[in-house]
Design a protein around this ligand. Structure first.
Ligand code: GLA
Length: 362
């Protein structure tokens, strides 16, 4: 089946407007109430909305989204997008691959960020499979795209589960390259537009995080979270951490740091919860790192569904390789070679808070 053969209207999708060159953008709906209902755009293989039954029994959309293709393309915030080829930063946009220096696009204080100025979140992906609960989107990124070598064939499969969503990312290449794909959804478990996530609680399965320089590049080495506002080993209130005033937090205007996750294989790595709506999100992934980003740069300038987004109105939990891995052999490898398949899994499981204990006073 090709993208053109898929009739999204029959399957519960719709038209989401047009790209600047006139191509149509589709919105694909997966799932059915009372279960999770996910809408995905072929623009950026973007998670546009995720409606769930919250712990208080009320249905809410718990991810931030824009209302039109133009708003997605104008926004620097990556709302719900599939991020590639390389999620997060590469210092100076330069790294050595098989002895040759590669230079990739830099549009973030001299560094590469999230695939470059024209990242995968800005592309029209092709819908190749669609059922009531699953959609598979693919993108061919040509050799030299944003400076990255090799033709990369990337794919994301979205699957609605009884209690959430699974995303499976895949990529193959015809020449050695680097790849690091993730999704950049911002969550607000009180519902998109309900204010900040300051009163949400977060737990992250990590004893260490990666301190950064003033441009967001890891300084080198890991630091213990113990005794710092970065300590989410037990669930802690987000507002207290982002207002702590320590230098690492001030540098990033909040938390915008990579956590060194415990364990391996698909495992639960983070839990976000709201006392107000009694809702809980568990993030599961097979990735080694989690960029925790507290929406520090949301500034009210991008039109959004239902208004606008201001600082702290959502939190992104970006499962990925560590930032700057192509320059840091000690961080592991981001290499993908011909004949290999890159794979990454990300799951969001939602439900009522249940036994989750809130520690801080109201
Ligand atoms: C990531 C980065 C942040 C910021 C956001 C998008 O989380 O680490 O610095 O670029 O994406 O605004």
């Amino acid at each position: 089946m090709t993208g053109a053969d898929v009739n999204v209207h029959i399957m519960g999708g719709g038209d989401f407007g047009t790209m600047p060159d006139g191509r149509r953008v589709r919105r694909i709906t997966l799932g059915e109430a009372p279960g999770p209902v996910l809408t995905v755009l072929d623009l950026g293989a973007t998670v546009h909305s995720l409606e769930v039954t919250c712990g208080d029994g009320v249905r809410r959309n718990v991810v931030l989204g824009h209302a039109s293709p133009a708003d997605y393309l104008d926004s620097p915030h990556y709302l719900g997008g599939t991020i590639g080829r390389y999620a997060n930063r590469i210092a100076g946009g330069r790294f050595v691959l098989d002895g040759r220096e590669v230079r990739v696009g830099t549009h973030d204080r001299g560094n590469h960020l999230h695939g470059g100025p024209d990242g995968f979140n800005r592309r029209l992906w092709q819908l190749v499979e669609h059922s009531e609960t699953q959609a598979h989107l693919v993108l061919r990124s040509p050799d030299g795209d944003q400076g990255f070598p090799g033709t990369l064939d990337a794919g994301v499969r979205f699957e609605v589960l009884g209690d959430g969503v699974r995303m499976t990312f895949e990529a193959t290449t015809d020449a050695p390259t680097v790849v690091n794909l993730t999704n950049h959804a911002y969550f607000n478990l009180d519902g998109a537009g309900a204010g900040t996530v300051d009163d949400h609680h977060l737990a992250v399965e990590a004893d260490e995080y990666t301190p950064v320089d003033p441009t967001g590049i890891p300084l080198g080495g890991h630091a213990a979270v113990a005794g710092s506002p970065f300590d989410f080993r037990a669930q802690a209130r987000i507002g207290s951490a982002v207002r702590s005033g320590v230098e690492q937090v001030a540098r990033a205007r909040g938390i915008d740091h990579n956590y060194v996750l415990r364990g391996e294989g698909v495992r639960r790595v983070a839990t976000l919860s709201s006392r107000r709506t009694q809702t809980r999100l568990d993030v599961h992934t097979d990735q080694p790192g989690l960029q925790v980003y507290t929406g520090n740069f949301l500034d009210g300038s991008s039109p959004a569904v239902g208004g606008t987004h201001r600082q702290g109105d959502g939190i992104a939990l970006e499962a990925q390789l560590f930032p700057d891995t192509p320059r840091r052999p000690d961080f592991g490898s981001a290499m993908l070679r011909p004949g290999e398949t890159y794979r990454a899994t990300l799951e969001w499981r939602l439900g009522a808070v249940g036994s989750f204990q809130f520690q801080d006073p109201e």
